[in-house]
Design a protein around this ligand. Sequence first.
Ligand SMILES: [Mg+2]
Ligand SMILES: [Zn+2]
Length: 193
Amino acid sequence: MNKAVFLDRDGTINVDYGYVHEKNRLEFIPGVIEGLKILQDLGYLLIIITNQSGIGRGMYSIEEYNVFNNYMLKELEKKGVHITDVFMCPHIDEDNCECRKPKLKMYYDAIEKYDIDLNKSFVIGDRIRDLSLCDNEPIKGILITEDNNEKFIYKKSLYDSALYIKNKEKSWFFWIFVHNISEREKENKNEYF
Ligand SMILES: [Mg+2]
Ligand SMILES: [Zn+2]
């Protein structure tokens, strides 16, 4: 099984100017590249889950979305960040589809496609609706916000979220390491006594 970080796009990776779909509107939030690299180096698949209701509202077409998406992925690749996949919902609320966040179809499709171990994975987004998976599954959510949030872990950027995950991994590793040592000591004692 794989571990993954599910990432919202607008407002989490790139600056959210509202219905971003033009190349000249692609602006990575400071620290995002470094943050994504940290997560990638820790072995997480990076999977973007994005609502693009601008398509359903007729503001831009799927083709225009694809051009922007491919451009963004290429820019990230140039900087050494590989995004495993992007799942996108083009609908508006009135369509009552199964994919538009907070609905979970995009997450479950990704979980199945990439055999994701939710216990070892994270969701990061700048809206509560990005973290709806946390209500249903054993996955940790990080809300990107400056405000205190009681329900989720909150960090002020993707970069800070990546540092948090890195530190968490260190403490898990340490815990497993110490645990194994003490188990081994017990076994050794059994041998001698
Ligand atoms: Mg967002
Ligand atoms: Zn949808």
